[in-house]
Design a binder for this molecule. Structure first.
Ligand SMILES: Nc1ncnc2c1ncn2[C@@H]1O[C@H](COP(=O)(O)OP(=O)(O)OP(=O)(O)O)[C@@H](O)[C@H]1O
Length: 249
């Protein structure tokens, strides 16, 4: 299994051409430790997705000044990216969408990949929907297909943009645990609006603040994830909410 490596991100400035007046991000520094989960929170529109898109090599529409160091390795080909939109292909079945990486390489589906994909679909509760098409699924089901697709890819770096947002509370909890188990050894960057999710899953947590935004690392979290929802976790959530609340004025 490919092990995740550390990434260091420095953004001097990131600006979209339509927002000439001021950058979206400025003087932002983040360290993603190898094989750990980093959670990123921040008000809507502060630039979280832009960071993920930059790491995934998909930020062609913005002006960027900064530096990304990836522990001596290239990022290209090493990243699995679960975007906010599920990006399922409507003409492919659920199973083929999960196996899209192999399909895109022009290979026919191997028995091994098919078996892994079906096992993942079982784990996300969609085994009996494997032959259906995306239009027949609910938003939460589509999100679970996208999650299975991400989990199937053997990439050392995993970027996830609100992967659990469309799920009911019980399913969300279950799939957080599943993802945490299956992504052991990967370097994960998870964008979320949910302080509880960040506290449960993050080895470290960044909160984005300011306009233009920069990122602030929460002080020592003391314990390793996945964390129980105990008194200490509740305090941390309150602290995060207060910091996010400050951003809303
Ligand atoms: N292609 C683009 N062209 C112009 N502006 C853009 C583009 N993409 C994003 N923006 C703007 O840049 C800012 C940051 O967007 P981004 O999607 O990174 O924020 P976000 O923190 O992920 O938001 P959310 O939490 O709502 O998903 C927003 O003001 C957005 O309107």
């Amino acid at each position: 299994m490919s092990q995740g490596f550390a990434i260091s991100i420095q953004v001097n400035a990131l600006r979209y051409p339509t927002k000439q007046a001021q950058p979206v991000l400025q003087d932002l520094v983040m360290q993603l430790p190898a094989q750990q989960w980093t959670c990123l929170l921040g008000r809507s529109g502060c630039g979280k997705t832009s960071i993920l898109r930059k790491l995934a090599g998909l930020l062609e529409d913005a002006e960027w000044r900064g530096d990304i160091q990836a522990d001596g390795q290239g990022l290209s080909g090493n990243i699995a990216y679960m975007a906010q939109q599920d990006l399922l292909l409507p003409w492919l079945s659920v199973l083929d969408n999960v196996c899209i990486a192999e399909r895109l390489q022009g290979r026919s589906l191997s028995q091994d990949t098919r078996a892994k994909a079906l096992s993942l679909l079982q784990k996300v509760g969609l085994r009996e929907h494997a032959e259906r098409y995306p239009h027949a699924l609910s938003g939460g089901m589509r999100q679970r297909v996208a999650l299975a697709r991400t989990l199937l890819q053997e990439r050392p770096i995993v970027l996830m943009d609100e992967p659990f947002s469309a799920l009911d509370a019980v399913t969300r909890h279950k799939l957080q645990s599943l993802s945490f188990d299956l992504l052991k050894g990967k370097t994960v960057l998870l964008v979320t609006h949910d302080p509880q999710e960040a506290v449960r899953l993050g080895h470290q947590i960044y909160v984005m603040e300011g306009t233009p935004a920069s990122a602030h690392l929460l002080p020592d979290l003391h314990t390793d994830p996945p964390r129980q929802l105990d008194e200490r976790s509740a305090e941390l959530q309150t602290y995060i909410l207060r910091r996010l609340g400050g951003e809303h004025g």
